[in-house]
Design a protein around this ligand. Structure first.
Ligand SMILES: [Zn+2]
Length: 432
């Protein structure tokens, strides 16, 4: 039967070990010759909720096992985790084991958890109902991690995805890699854009090494499983690793278009509307833009850290039609923190100028209220000439604007991968 395993350690004070537990479980199941239906998943959820899994994400494994009992599998995996927790003093994650039949119901949790704040009670009730029907086995009902675990299962089968190869090792290896800029510049030179978000040339900083260090010492993100595994060969010390399929870099959380009046706190959403007034530059260099649709208006913040995105926002003018992707924060009413900006159309910027002299071609001057225009060059006067409207070319072109690398979040689609698709073929060796 098809079995799906979800893991999330949202309650861990340190975090960072969900993917490592996923690695341990996947290694264990590989040794037992389990058939994997797909690569293990690393699933990121709505980054704009206050109670979240610290960006560590949830993990799911997708298997086919011969005549297995769901709960036998669940307790077996729980004991593998328990052993790890006892040996290394980590926190037990939320563990959900589900049959193939439960995936449909859990996909709703995934969809919601991507862009909303999902109450734990809703997830717990759904899981209990599925457990009564024998489609889910739970080893514990405690913990916020249940939402991530359920959502990670519901992500199956991911339609839009990229890959990340995660390398594990001791803290010393993490520190060494974090200061090996040349290695990552080399990876970037060789493999960009098929391996992306590796190095930030503006900040002169490696993006592939997590700040927290162990057990994750490195994560390379890309569109090609083959090249990700190949790239590990030029990284010293990368000996224990796993290739995850992931919803990272797909903007999966910014798919739902919402009216301004229907936005709720912590939603991630796309909002289409017209710019009202000019952008205001706030202290610290942040930009505030008022956006209105037929249901209302909202302040949109483009923070300084978003770099390119903020630059584009500065060039917005009243009347421009745009679509902003971002997270809703309940601050001074609601504010939308922008993560993407699509300029649909710009409104012409026009100036009213005095007419040109029909005799000598110079720009005429006003001869006084109601007295028409007078030419400063040849003295020609006219009562009939009118002011002329001159349209300026706008510096902002229609198109999609994205943040600078330093503001990348897990789900941000980097500019270099726009229009590219991931390779489907999975290498024989995806874990070591
Ligand atoms: Zn003249």
């Amino acid at each position: 039967m098809d079995i799906h395993v979800g893991l999330d350690d949202a309650d861990s004070p340190h975090g960072g070990c969900t993917t490592y537990l996923g690695y341990l479980l996947a290694s264990y199941l590989r040794r037992k010759n389990a058939l994997f239906l797909d690569l293990p998943y690393l699933v990121r959820l709505n980054p704009n909720v206050p109670v979240k899994t610290r960006g560590n994400g949830a993990v799911s494994l997708h298997l086919r096992l011969d005549d297995s009992d769901l709960c036998d599998v669940a307790w077996e995996l729980a004991s593998v985790i328990e052993h790890e927790v006892e040996t290394h003093g980590k926190t037990s994650p939320g563990l959900v084991v589900a049959s193939g039949r439960a995936v449909g119901a859990l996909s709703r949790v995934y969809e919601r958890a991507l862009s909303e704040y999902v109450p734990l009670a809703y997830v717990r009730e759904l899981l209990e109902e599925l457990a009564r029907r024998g489609e889910v086995c739970l080893t514990s009902l405690r913990g916020r991690g249940l939402t991530g675990s359920a959502a990670a299962i519901g992500a199956f089968k991911l339609r839009e995805f990229t890959y990340e190869v995660l390398v594990y090792g001791p803290r010393e290896l993490g520190a060494r890699l974090a200061s090996s800029d040349e290695v990552f510049k080399e990876v970037d030179r060789r493999y960009r854009p098929y391996i992306f978000a590796t190095y930030d040339y503006v900040e002169k900083r490696t993006l592939a090494t997590p700040r927290s260090g162990a057990p994750v010492v490195l994560g390379l993100r890309g569109l090609s499983p083959r090249l990700l595994v190949e790239a590990l060969s030029i990284i010293p010390g990368a000996s224990r690793w796993i290739l995850y399929k992931t919803n990272q870099a797909t903007f999966a959380h910014l798919r739902t278009k919402k009216n301004i009046s229907s936005l709720k706190p912590y939603d991630s959403a796309l909002v289409e509307g017209r710019v009202k007034g000019s952008p205001r530059i706030l202290k610290g260099g942040h930009i505030k833009v008022t956006l209105c649709d037929h249901t209302g208006c909202i302040d949109v913040m483009f923070y300084r850290e978003t770099g390119y995105l903020r630059h584009a926002a500065r060039l917005l003018r009243s009347g421009d039609l745009v679509e902003v992707g971002g997270g809703v924060v309940p601050r001074f009413g609601f504010t939308l923190n922008a993560e993407s900006l699509r300029v649909i159309s710009t409104s012409p910027e026009a100036l009213e100028l005095n007419p040109l002299c029909p005799v000598c071609g110079r720009r005429m001057k006003s001869a006084g209220r109601g007295k028409g225009f007078k030419c400063p060059g040849c003295g020609f006067k006219s009562l009939d000439l009118k002011k002329v409207r001159v349209e300026h070319a706008r510096h902002l072109e229609p198109g999609l604007y994205l943040p600078s690398p330093r503001a990348y979040r897990h789900l941000t689609k980097p500019r270099e991968v726009l229009g590219l698709s991931p390779e489907e073929e999975i290498p024989e060796e995806w874990i070591r």
